[in-house]
Design a protein around this ligand. Structure first.
Ligand SMILES: Nc1ncnc2c1ncn2[C@@H]1O[C@H](COP(=O)(O)OP(=O)(O)OP(=O)(O)O)[C@@H](O)[C@H]1O
Ligand SMILES: [Mg+2]
Length: 311
């Protein structure tokens, strides 16, 4: 759906984007994460055909950014990080204005505008002035606007920036709804945890370089060299279980922990499946009441990858 090869943008000596190569399949929701100045907006503007790369190739829905920008604009809904709204315009007038620009006319236009207003939960603000909307509502209106021509691909540049926690939750709900419609979506953010549960793939970019490209579980694995699992056994036999686990070939260390009461077991590097631990315990007559991988703070994953801490 989206593919780039060695996409590069320079401004003088500065590489705003340095040989970006990535691929999104239909229905992917791709979280594009990086600090300020990483190259997120540059990438999205190039894919939306609003900015020419210095070199490299980009394809959206099979169309080249160099030779078929018109087809791409038809297939893409691009929501910029900042967009102007017009004074003295009602919400519905604003949408109708853009619908006309997409050459949607007559009865279809009214229907389409009401449909996208419903989708973003703004029907109740239909007759309100655009300037009277809160930041969260304005963002939702921006999203409604890019949905008017029913694009297959959405490029959303920090749709949740500047929103309060409740508005962020609403935005996430809305993004999940769009995911459910089968859209291919690229969303940028500074914050990995915010996107982790919406996206099936993520890319981490810094100073124009893609440092990581894959799914969230892979990112965690790359940063956490030794997986940690929590193991709880019944009947107060923690000490005995610890003795057994310490002898297991895939266990590096075992320590007690209190919250909840269990054993914290650090596994050898490269161990993915904690199943054999369970087998060993059950085989030795223990009753297992807990076995779970310890969660890692996603913010630490992000910091780990951007600092180059990988196994
Ligand atoms: N028109 C321009 N002229 C010169 N440098 C530019 C221009 N546009 C962007 N840059 C530079 O390119 C780099 C990437 O910018 P970009 O806007 O893509 O980052 P970003 O990841 O979107 O950051 P943010 O999180 O702040 O939105 C930055 O160093 C920026 O200063
Ligand atoms: Mg940006």
């Amino acid at each position: 759906m989206i593919e780039t090869r060695d996409l590069t943008k320079t401004y003088g000596d500065l590489y705003a984007l340095n040989r970006l190569t990535l691929k999104l399949e239909p229905g992917d929701v791709y979280g594009f994460i990086g600090p300020n100045g990483a190259g997120k907006t540059t990438t999205m503007r190039i894919l939306a055909t609003l900015l020419n790369p210095t070199w490299g190739e980009g394809f959206v829905c099979g169309h080249s950014i160099h030779t078929n920008p018109r087809e791409i604009r038809r297939a893409v809904g691009y929501m910029p990080d900042f967009f102007g709204v017009y004074d003295d315009m009602k919400v519905i007038e604003y949408l109708e204005f853009f619908a006309s620009a997409y050459r949607i006319g007559g009865e279809a236009r009214r229907r389409k505008c009401d449909e996208v207003l419903d989708l973003v939960d703004l029907a109740f603000k239909r007759e309100a002035l655009v300037t009277s909307l809160s930041r969260g509502m304005t963002q939702r209106l921006g999203l409604a606007r890019v949905l008017l021509h029913d694009p297959q691909v959405l490029l959303l540049d920090e749709p949740a920036s500047g929103l309060d926690p409740r508005a962020r939750i609403e935005m996430r709900r809305l993004l999940k709804k769009l995911r459910g419609l089968g859209k291919t979506i690229m969303i940028s953010s500074h914050i990995l945890p915010e996107l982790a549960d919406i996206c099936n793939k993520i890319g981490i970019i810094e100073k124009g370089q893609l440092l990581f490209n894959g799914d969230v579980a892979e990112a965690i694995r790359q940063v956490r060299q030794n997986p940690v699992v929590r193991v709880g056994v019944a009947d107060g036999r923690d000490r005995e279980a610890a003795d057994l686990l310490e002898k297991h070939p895939s266990v590096l260390s075992v320590e007690p922990c209190n919250d909840p009461p269990c054993l914290r077991v650090t596994l050898a590097q490269g161990t993915i499946d904690p199943g054999p631990l369970a087998d060993a315990l059950v085989g030795a007559g223990f009753r297992l009441r807990l076995l779970m991988e310890e969660e890692i703070d996603l913010e630490d994953v992000f910091l780990g990858i951007t600092k180059g801490i990988t196994s």
